[in-house]
Design a protein around this ligand. Structure first.
Ligand code: SF4
Length: 371
């Protein structure tokens, strides 16, 4: 089957990526929210067409894995029917936006994001990873998340348009935010931005209307497991949950909808907060400080197992831990205090003064007192 995205592109549902265990199909819920029917439909699709596991991405999207090329057309049809994927592949590719997950009905974030989605057809063709961030709540919550063209709350309370890589932005009047986002995307597309790849690498002088000196307001900490203003939040270890477990979350009679976040946390609207097997309910749980890619045997590029090892040693690491199956470091979310990188069946260790090369698994466990 031709037309699948190659590595380095940003795959979407219409352009899935071939992984070692089959196709990887990305699902981008509108405004990061799924109603009960959509959640159950997504879970059923993961069980029917994929391997039954669902990944959460750093862009607050879902990924189904293990999909065969033969079954992909039926999966796409199901996702379109559920209104989780645009029927038009061109619009689906353009719908690359990250919204502050704790938006409230009809607030600025919801209003701007909904208008941008309604006007996707006005956007130019952009490089695959180029996307938008709508973070217009009272306090920014996405300052640490990448996104090329951003609407954010300024320290003085107004909304600003800010290009990634620029420290300050220009004030936008209420109702003109999407006009400005579209104008900036067009300016980027028409002035050499695609050659730079991302806005953060594009150093051209911004058009006058996009220049400003307003700094984004100081951001708040990302959410933690517990009750939130929109529902109960649970951490998802390694950003992977089984379809059965996800379906169970939404079958609570009080649960009305699910929200995704870029922090490996799920929020269930209406649900009461209580311990759920397999999910993290304690903000101090060391698993919240761990990044680990699927590793071996799931990924053909991995020469070592990752997640079971990470679970064993995480309690012994004080800061962030990153365990990677190879040097590509797909799961990295920023700076880690301790890093283990797989190489030829062994682990290279760095951080906290423990630099050691080519360690066997038992040696790693012993070094962390987890043997
Ligand atoms: S870091 Fe390497 S082993 Fe891990 S998922 Fe990426 S390519 Fe695979």
């Amino acid at each position: 089957m031709s037309g699948f995205a190659i590595r380095g592109w940003c795959p979407d549902a219409w352009h899935p990526m071939a992984a070692g265990d089959g196709l990887l199909v990305r699902v981008r819920p509108r405004l990061g929210r799924l109603n009960r029917k959509q959640v159950l439909g997504l879970c059923d699709a993961a069980l029917t067409f994929g391997n039954g596991m669902i990944d959460l991405t750093r862009r607050a999207n879902f990924q189904l894995r293990g999909v065969s090329e033969a079954e992909w057309p039926a999966l796409i049809a199901r996702l379109v029917e559920l209104e989780l994927v645009e029927a038009d592949p061109v619009l689906e590719k353009k719908r690359n936006l990250l919204v502050a997950p704790i938006w409230q009905e009809a607030d600025d974030t919801a209003r701007i994001a909904a208008e941008l989605i309604a006007r996707l057809g006005e956007l130019p063709e952009l490089p695959g990873k180029v996307g938008f961030v709508i973070d217009a709540g009272p306090v920014p919550v996405l300052p640490g998340e990448a996104g090329d063209f951003r609407i954010e709350r300024a320290a003085g309370g107004s909304l600003i348009l800010r290009a990634q890589g620029r420290t300050a932005g220009a004030e936008v009047t209420a109702g003109a935010e999407v006009d400005r986002l579209i104008a900036m995307a067009r300016w980027f597309a028409e002035n050499g931005g695609p050659e730079a790849g991302r806005m953060s690498r594009f150093t051209a002088e911004l058009p006058e209307w996009a220049q400003g000196s307003l700094l984004p307001a100081r951001g708040s900490c990302p959410l933690q497991p517990g009750p939130t203003s929109t529902g109960a939040a649970w951490g998802v270890p390694f950003g992977q949950i089984s379809a059965l477990a996800l379906a169970r979350l939404i079958t609570d009679p009080a649960a009305t909808a699910l929200r995704t976040t870029p922090w490996r946390l799920l929020i269930v609207e209406g649900a009461a907060f209580a311990p759920v097997e397999g999910l993290v309910d304690d903000p101090a749980d060391p698993l919240l400080r761990v990044d680990a890619c699927p590793g071996a045997p799931s990924c053909p590029q991995a020469s070592v197992e990752t997640r079971a090892l990470a679970r064993r040693i995480a309690p012994q690491v004080t800061g962030r831990l990153h365990v990677s199956g190879c040097a590509k470091r797909c799961a990295a979310t920023g700076r880690a205090d301790v890093t283990l990188i797989g190489r030829e069946g062994r682990y290279d260790l760095s951080g906290e003064g423990r630099e050691r090369l080519a360690l066997g698994r038992d040696k790693v466990l012993a070094l962390f007192g987890a043997g």
